[in-house]
Design a protein around this ligand. Structure first.
Ligand SMILES: [Zn+2]
Length: 121
């Protein structure tokens, strides 16, 4: 008996390979649509070959990637959390209830333009 569940991207419905660690993950095509709450498109990357998570605005290629644990943003108008995947890469998952996240975490990440700029001096 095949006990591995099938998986469809919850954003676009395309069939995906199931990943038990991320049972509701959003596909790579939809991840490219991630934007902040003012509609600015976001890009994500690992910090290094060893992982870590970072983001920047897609419309400003000269901007530095900002390192953090993850961001809550929007894909097709719905809340998603984008963060580092366990064994490398980036994973996006639906956020069904913002209340389960610590308030400072949500507040900090729902408006990315308010994120503090790192002091590089
Ligand atoms: Zn999708």
């Amino acid at each position: 008996m095949n006990t591995s569940p099938s998986h469809h991207c919850p954003s676009c419905g395309k069939v995906q390979n199931p990943v038990l660690r991320y049972p509701w993950y959003i596909c790579r095509d939809c991840l490219k649509l991630a934007e902040d709450y003012s509609g600015r498109r976001l890009k994500f990357a690992n910090v290094s070959l060893f992982g870590g998570f970072s983001w920047r605005y897609a419309d400003n290629e000269k901007s530095d990637y900002q390192i953090c644990h993850g961001v809550i943003c929007l894909i097709k108008g719905r809340n998603v959390m984008v963060s580092e995947a366990k064994f490398g890469g980036i994973v996006a998952e639906p956020v069904f209830n913002l209340a389960v996240y610590p308030s400072h975490w949500v507040e900090r990440n729902t408006n990315l333009s308010k994120l503090p700029v790192p002091d590089n001096s």
